[in-house]
Write a protein that binds this ligand. Structure first.
Ligand SMILES: Cc1cc2nc3c(=O)[nH]c(=O)nc-3n(C[C@H](O)[C@H](O)[C@H](O)COP(=O)(O)O)c2cc1C
Length: 369
């Protein structure tokens, strides 16, 4: 949208908004925070409910929160997935959904340990589209480490305001040392870093030009505060880091159709170009294949890295479009000389202030089945 259109729209909006409508419209200026609390589910003891809530603070593509939990007994659960929260256009094989469930399991393991439990889990599913994915059992062990819970609560995706200095090798080691699996780090300034930045812009261009991708994205954007509160999932103006007057504007005047408009597609690409020009570099997570257990391990590794990042003021921004576009994914491994399958591309960098989490989470009743 250009400046003239913006003034016209906001002027028209303000003129139309009188009395209560104006009050309602101004209310959209306020940032909507996450309701950071556990809500009770019939038949589930509070301690276990709290563990599942903490697990649900895991990241997921478009914040669909694809997990479900079936309670067999109070400490024996089946973690599954709900087709209504898949992304068939950008994630047709549920690869990212399995990674998100891996992140959910890692949060669950960390939260359980913090409250004196260990978890044991076994992959049940034959296919990533099965309803039941992992069998989880909790055992009481006694030792606790409550500090880790705060790490789960404060983690978030950060997309803007990355600094441009290099990550120290000490910090790269700190982020990745716990993982036994290989990882790859490429500085933004190097040949590979530039290739990843250009490829990410191109992959985003391909996706924003494609109506089916934009329509899927539009389905998961919650433009108004009312929509955010109703669904408690998806992407909001806050999570997309739209601030101030522009945030007020999109909350009042944008709708599902807006994501399909030319100016929205162009603005997305401009934003991506700005983003890949900052940060220190790219962290690539790989696996030997795309089996369910490997993808879950990638999700667990992702979450371990993410939970360690905040203390070091390191922001993490998954940019998955090059992997989602099959032709680009095939080229990616050979261009970088990586024999393993690349599963995640993370833009990383230092930030001055690590912002508070703002992405919504569904209440337990919506995913405990
Ligand atoms: C598998 C996966 C893929 C993701 N891909 C992207 C992406 O391409 N671009 C992006 O901005 N965020 C991406 N994200 C981040 C999610 O949008 C984010 O986790 C979600 O909105 C919840 O927000 P939070 O991480 O702040 O809790 C991805 C996350 C996961 C787990």
């Amino acid at each position: 949208m250009n400046r003239r259109q913006f003034i016209k729209w906001s002027g028209a909006g303000l003129a139309a908004a009188g009395g209560v409508a104006l009050f309602h419209s101004l209310a959209q200026l306020k940032e909507v925070a996450r309701d950071n609390f556990y809500n009770h589910v019939q038949g589930l003891e509070q301690e276990y409910g709290e563990l599942l809530y903490l697990a649900s603070l895991a990241p997921s593509g478009h914040n669909t929160q694809p997990w479900t939990v079936k309670c067999i007994t109070c400490h024996h659960w089946i973690i599954g997935t709900d087709a209504a929260r898949w992304l068939p256009v950008v994630d047709p094989e549920n690869r990212e959904a399995m990674i998100s469930i891996g992140a959910f399991l890692e949060n669950l393991a960390v939260a359980a340990r913090a409250k004196g439990y260990e978890i044991e889990f076994q992959v049940k599913a034959q296919s990533s589209k099965d309803k039941e994915i992992v069998d989880v059992q909790l055992y009481r062990v006694g030792q606790t480490n409550p500090f880790d819970i705060e790490k789960i609560q404060l983690r978030r995706t950060v997309r803007n305001n990355f600094l441009t200095n290099e990550l120290s090798s000490e910090d790269i080691r700190l982020l990745t040392e716990e993982s036994k699996e290989p990882f790859f780090y490429f500085s933004r300034r190097g040949k590979e870093g530039k290739y990843l930045a250009q490829g990410t812009v191109l992959a985003n261009k391909i996706q924003t030009d494609r109506d089916s991708t934009q329509e899927e994205l539009a389905k998961w954007i919650r433009w108004s505060n009312e929509e955010s509160k109703k669904y408690q999932n998806g992407l909001t103006a806050e999570t997309m880091e739209i601030e101030g007057i522009p945030r007020w504007f999109v909350k009042n005047f944008y709708s599902r159709q807006s994501a399909l408009a030319k100016h929205f597609r162009e603005a997305t690409i401009q934003k991506i170009q700005e983003q890949v020009a900052t940060g220190s570099g790219w962290l690539l997570l790989t696996s030997k294949d795309s089996s369910i257990s490997e993808l879950i391990n990638v999700g667990r590794k992702l979450q371990r890295i993410w939970l360690a990042a905040r203390d070091k003021k390191i922001a993490i921004h998954p940019m998955t479009q090059m992997i989602e576009e099959v032709a680009m994914r095939d080229e990616l491994s050979s261009a970088l000389g990586i024999a393993e399958e690349i599963q995640l591309l993370l833009r990383v960098g230092y930030i001055h202030d690590y912002p508070s989490p703002v992405s919504m989470r569904m209440p337990l009743q919506s995913f405990v089945i």
